[in-house]
Ligand binder design. Structure first.
Ligand SMILES: Cc1ncc(COP(=O)(O)O)c(C=O)c1O
Length: 380
């Protein structure tokens, strides 16, 4: 199988990820932070080390402000619902995933106002448009770093600067960029960063993190056992325990630990440059085919390794089915949990076939995809 669905979740993972998951389960599979024996201590050590790795990767001072989550959706919900109160206003964009839009729409029921800034048809957003939406009661701006539909890279540093100047919190959805593009929470003025562990960070599914780089109070969304202050029936008010109730996903976090080490060792610059080279070959070749329409920014510098396209006269699900069954190529068709983004690029009715390039794809994978698409479109 040629796997080109890395925007959904990366596959394969570095070998050390699988080994770490196995070791966590077979060698020290106790409950971390819930006992003082050697196995529990080893589990807690791995978890703390993974907080440190995430803090290092995203330039966050305090590893205790790294909160483990189940995925990016979980972290985004925690940040959005933990920060906003009735009467507050939040700004986001039309290119967001439903894991941003749905929590914001849910909060509307409780008196949290929102503005959804319209992006251009290639997915780009204007910082001026976001700033124009700021009101007296605006508390939070939420944007993705990279669109999961078009691969458009958003100007997060400029948005961060504007938020700082206007005294508004900035939450970045790093789902498509963490592990691929540089994210520096201090330099880019990011107050809150939600990431999945299972995409660019190369960890297992069921992992994610929320990084907190501000002093604003973040309400917990659930209470429970934390292994700390066990004599009290009140939730601890310190991080990470305040936001991390219940047993951790130790095998997942141990796997994520190895994924982040792989990235720190390789460097995001080299990972992005590899993906960009493949992206360039793919787009250059596909653009020669008049029967295929590619969406997203024209300039390769404005995009990551996510390419949505449609083949004239053939439904996106059918194209993906043919790629899967006739060519052994895995992609994702249809709508990509981002209804307003599809509307923005004009594919809300037809959807699109999304190719997601990952760090382990080779030039031969891209050449096979180009050949398959040319054949499917009728151009041999
Ligand atoms: C931009 C974006 N945000 C959020 C998510 C949700 O991520 P998860 O499935 O880890 O919750 C995704 C997943 O595809 C995404 O691409």
């Amino acid at each position: 199988m040629i796997y080109l669905d890395n925007a959904a979740t990366t596959y394969p993972k570095p070998k050390a990820v699988y080994q770490n998951v196995m070791r966590a389960m077979t060698e020290y599979g106790a409950n971390p932070g819930r006992g003082s024996h050697a196995m529990a201590i080893e589990g807690a050590r791995v978890i703390y080390e993974t907080r440190e790795l995430l803090a290092e990767l995203f330039n966050l001072d305090d590893p205790m402000k790294v909160i483990f989550t189940f995925n990016a959706t979980d972290g985004l919900n925690q940040a959005i619902k933990g920060v906003l109160n009735p009467g507050d206003h939040v700004i986001t964009t039309t290119m967001e995933h439903n894991s941003v839009l749905r929590p914001i729409k849910e909060l509307e029921k409780y008196g949290v106002e929102n503005t959804i800034v319209q992006c251009a048809s290639d997915g780009r957003v204007s910082v001026e448009d976001i700033e124009a939406a700021v009101r007296n009661n605006t508390k939070l701006v939420v944007t993705t770093h990279v669109s999961n539909l078009t691969g458009t890279i958003m100007p997060i540093e400029k948005i961060g600067q504007m938020c700082k100047r206007r005294n508004v919190l900035y939450l970045v959805d790093g789902s498509q960029s963490a592990g691929v593009l540089e994210i520096d929470m201090k330099k880019q003025n990011i107050d809150l960063l939600a990431v999945p562990g299972h995409k660019g960070l190369l960890g297992p599914q069921g992992t994610g993190a929320l990084m907190i780089n501000c002093d604003t109070e973040i309400k917990q969304l659930r209470e429970g056992g934390t292994g700390s202050e066990s004599s009290s029936v009140i939730q601890p008010d310190f991080y990470p325990d305040k936001l991390e109730s219940g047993t951790h996903n130790l095998p997942g976090i141990a796997g994520l630990n190895a994924g982040i080490k792989y990235i720190l060792n390789k460097g995001t610059k080299s990972i992005y440059s590899h993906e960009k080279k493949l992206l360039e070959i793919f787009i250059d070749e596909i653009e020669k085919n008049a029967k295929i329409k590619i969406y997203g920014p024209e300039d390769i510098d404005d995009r990551c390794g996510v390419v949505p396209l449609n083949v004239e006269g053939i439904d996106s699900s059918e194209v993906a089915f043919m790629l899967d069954t006739q060519y052994g190529i895995a992609v994702r068709p249809g709508l990509h949990c981002a209804p307003l983004a599809h509307k923005t690029i004009g594919t809300e009715k037809i959807g699109a076939v999304r190719f997601g390039i990952g760090p382990f794809n080779k030039k031969s994978d891209i050449m096979a995809a180009i050949k398959a698409l040319n054949e499917i479109s009728g151009i041999k």
